[in-house]
Write a protein that binds this ligand. Structure first.
Ligand SMILES: [Zn+2]
Length: 63
């Protein structure tokens, strides 16, 4: 049972907003944060692969 962070009112499961004050419940906020975290992880992986590819692909000049 998700409890509202703002008014501590208990809400039924699968409820997106608090029934008492209308603020978004923590369960959905956590899920959104998790999705954002996964997107950030994929961004890091892509960036790393790009850097490695460029490191081997670009010609290196010896100074
Ligand atoms: Zn509330």
């Amino acid at each position: 049972m998700p409890t509202c962070l703002y008014c501590q009112h208990g809400n039924p499961p699968h409820q997106s907003d608090c029934r008492q004050c209308g603020m978004p419940l923590p369960a959905l906020a956590e899920r959104a944060g998790e999705r954002r975290q996964r997107r950030f992880l994929w961004f890091c992986i892509t960036l790393t692969l790009f850097c490695v590819t460029m490191f081997f692909w670009l010609p290196r000049s010896i100074v």
